[in-house]
Write a protein of this length. Structure first.
Lengths: 117, 112
């Protein structure tokens, strides 16, 4: 299957600082990527759709000025959590859609655990 | 009503048992169905992918979709302790870059 990587795998930061998370598709190109957050014992919640060459699309209730998304190339999307606060502590996961013939699915990165002190 | 409903469990079974995991969905336009396995503190791993109704088998895993009743299932035969994880059903509309809608996930524990 296709491979998606994320960096860093975990990060601890002080309140008020900004944190950047990278998502890369390693063996395929992705003009679209998705960013999710997951709280303990809960399912994934879609935050935004990252589009190469255009602005990201944010889900209702997600602050676009707080969660900055940049889709720099066909294999890289970044999520920057600006002025992070403890309530932003969560598990952030990206995914990239992969299509082959009629197969149409998404592959996920390993996730980034953010802890804001 | 949520678009995808899934019993969160937890579900505990003895090693070797057949496990049945199920989801229901509300939007009849959904055509692509997936099952993901997620270990604690890891990203979801694609297990099975099916298109429209029918069965698909891969080793010990069988995915089943019944579009008439909007019901999707994952069967695990000869369950192993390494199968202990949270299993998420997922679906999306036709198209290359559609958003995926997930169930809440069912936590499975296989007891040696």
């Amino acid at each position: 299957g296709a491979v998606v990587s994320q960096h860093p795998s975990w990060v601890i930061c002080k309140s008020g600082t900004s944190v950047k998370i990278e998502c890369r598709s390693l063996d395929f190109q992705a003009t679209t990527m998705f960013w999710y957050r997951q709280f303990p014992k809960q399912s994934l919640m879609l935050m935004a759709t990252s589009n190469e060459g255009s602005k990201a699309t944010y889900e209702q209730g997600v602050e676009k000025d707080k969660f900055l998304i940049n889709h720099a190339s066909l294999t890289l999307s970044t999520l920057t959590v600006t002025s992070a606060h403890p309530e932003d502590s969560s598990f952030y996961i990206c995914s990239a859609p992969w299509t082959s013939g009629r197969a149409n699915t998404q592959y996920f990165g390993p996730g980034t655990r953010l802890t804001v002190l | 009503q949520k678009e995808v409903e899934q019993d969160p469990g937890p579900l505990s079974v003895p090693e070797g048992a057949i496990v049945s995991l199920n989801c229901t969905y509300s939007n009849s336009a959904f055509q692509y169905f997936m099952w993901y396995r997620q270990y604690s503190r890891k990203g979801p791993e694609l297990l099975m992918y099916t298109y429209s109704s029918g069965n698909k088998e891969d080793g010990r895993f069988t995915a089943q979709v019944d579009k008439s009743s909007k019901y999707i299932s994952l069967f695990i035969r000869d369950s192993q302790p390494s199968d202990s994880a949270t299993y998420l059903c997922a679906t999306h509309l036709p198209g290359g870059y559609q958003k995926v809608t997930f169930g809440t996930g069912t936590k499975l524990q296989v007891i040696p």
